[in-house]
Design a protein around this ligand. Structure first.
Ligand SMILES: [Zn+2]
Ligand SMILES: [Zn+2]
Length: 502
């Protein structure tokens, strides 16, 4: 029983299960009366009837088994299995019969820790982990533990991981007659192995795991999201050289620092989840990061800077520095699951002296520098406000006040606390993806301004932005038309274009 507690049981209920089964097993008969199986190498003397099993007979039989397989027991007569001239140790007679019972199959697999681990140089005893379905507490886990404790005095494994079984969406077993079988080979041919692997990682294997064509479709959807996230990053790093262009952390914008902070949390979460074999946590953490933090927020806000700023703009280089760090961490964290896709991504990374394969790359390390509670709290507030603004923009769009969000001029009316925060936050237009942001005290909010219960002390009003639409960046600004040389561009774009022209 002590040996049970020295093993890590994953999930933890495995300990109870094995404990009860070992406790309730008073004895275990090792023989079974079957006509075929692994033989029990005992002889019986035809003359005195005594069982015969000596070092000499065991030695001889095990040599024959090693050479011909255990079926030799059934193929040959007793005399051919015993050493030549063997005599009964009890009565000296020379005629024997073979034991016809076979060994309980669980002793067969239950002794693999010795037959396999101890005979192969690259392996060692005890094993790091035994991994099998949740029915094996009665079977393999159990017989392995019994035989190892009997012979070696300790468990043959350090950890035991159990998983549930694959069932369909309604929780029914896979069966040909029900027609609910999902064939992994067929799936691999149709969608590629990575989508199958992503599905496996997404399922919480501690219970039975559902699979159906619908579930696989969702998995394919998630795969595309993750892949597109990586593609967006790679596409925006085409003119970034990490050796010469990287921007120091102190010079990043608060939004960039927020993205690194989120990445840092992801690295910690994913590393821990992998350590604990919680692959579904890895999947959800990475998928949420790609969808919510990156695609919906960071990339969304960054697009103007990436696409419209001058290529050498320090803020654009700062954003690329973050994108570069994101992809280098993401690709390695994805490798255990998306083996092919991550190798493909790796091949597009231009790191100097990078490992030949992503499989050889170092695991990303958490970085305490990126943890900043103040930035996190401030950005959290701004992003909550962004949701109110997005809601107000949607309403304005449905009232046909604006079309694209860049057509909007947004007025934010806030409490003093809010105004202090907003005045200290640069580039609010960028964050909300609108052409103009005005700030004002809460009392001055017009009657139709939008307020959301969840975000108190703030009201948002939307009207059409004044000015003309810049042909290059789509921002509506009074500066469009002011410059005779570039009458269709806003002031920012004029400056960028002039720099490019030089
Ligand atoms: Zn005898
Ligand atoms: Zn412009």
């Amino acid at each position: 029983m002590n040996n049970i507690d020295q093993v890590k049981w994953i999930p933890s209920w495995g300990r109870e299960r094995i404990f009860n089964m070992i406790r309730d097993r008073g004895d275990w008969c090792i023989s079974r009366q079957r006509t075929w199986g692994v033989p029990i190498p005992i002889f019986y003397c035809e003359s005195c009837g005594e069982p015969v099993i000596t070092d000499e007979t065991i030695e001889r039989v095990s040599k024959l088994f090693a050479e011909h397989g255990s079926d030799v027991w059934f193929a040959r007569e007793a005399a051919e299995l015993l050493p030549p001239g063997f005599k009964c140790p009890h009565c000296e007679a020379a005629s024997f019969r073979k034991e016809s019972d076979i060994m309980d199959v669980w002793f067969d697999s239950g002794s693999s820790h010795m037959a396999v681990l101890e005979t192969r140089k690259e392996l060692r005893w005890p094993s790091d982990m035994y991994l099998e379905g949740s029915d094996q507490h009665r079977g393999w886990f159990n017989s392995s533990l019994s035989t190892a404790v009997a012979v070696r005095g300790t468990a043959p494994y350090r950890e035991v991981l159990t998983h549930g079984f694959v069932v369909d969406e309604q929780g029914r077993k896979m069966s040909k007659s029900l027609g609910n079988v999902v064939d992994p080979l067929k799936m691999t041919r149709e969608m590629g192995a990575d989508i199958l692997r992503l599905w496996v990682s997404s399922a919480d294997y501690r219970n039975d795991v559902s699979v159906s064509n619908n579930i696989i479709k969702q998995s394919a959807e998630a795969y595309r999201k993750i892949r597109n996230t990586c593609r967006f990053i790679l596409g925006n790093l085409y003119d970034f050289n990490p050796e010469t262009d990287a921007v120091a952390y102190e010079k990043l914008t608060e939004l960039d620092k927020w993205a690194l902070l989120k990445l840092d949390k992801l690295v910690r979460r994913v590393s821990k989840a992998f350590d604990q074999y919680e692959f579904h946590v890895v999947f959800h953490a990475i998928h949420n990061f790609c969808t919510l933090d990156l695609s919906n927020i960071y990339f969304d806000i960054l697009k103007d800077k990436l696409y419209c700023s001058h290529s050498a703009d320090p803020e654009r280089k700062a954003a690329q520095t973050v994108l570069y760090e994101l992809i280098n961490a993401l690709v390695v964290m994805l490798t255990p699951i998306l083996a092919y896709t991550s190798e493909e991504i790796w091949s597009y990374l231009k790191n100097q002296g990078k490992a030949e394969s992503v499989q050889l790359a170092d695991w990303p390390q958490a970085n305490d520098l990126y943890i900043n509670n103040e930035i996190e709290a401030r950005m959290e507030k701004i992003l909550n406000l962004r949701e109110v603004v997005t809601k107000a923009l949607e309403e304005a769009r449905s009232r046909k006040v604006i079309g694209h969000s860049l057509g909007a001029s947004v007025s934010i009316f806030g409490s003093e606390e809010w105004l202090t925060l907003l005045q200290a936050t640069p580039q609010l237009e960028n964050i909300f993806i609108v052409s103009k942001v005005n700030l004002g005290p809460l009392e001055q909010a017009p009657a139709d301004a939008l307020a959301l219960g969840e975000v108190s002390g703030i009201k948002v009003a939307v009207k059409a932005a004044e000015g003309e639409k810049c042909e290059r960046c789509w921002i509506i600004d009074l500066s469009v038309g002011a410059n005779t040389q570039h009458p269709t561009l806003c002031q920012r774009c004029q400056q960028v274009v002039e720099k490019i022209e030089v």
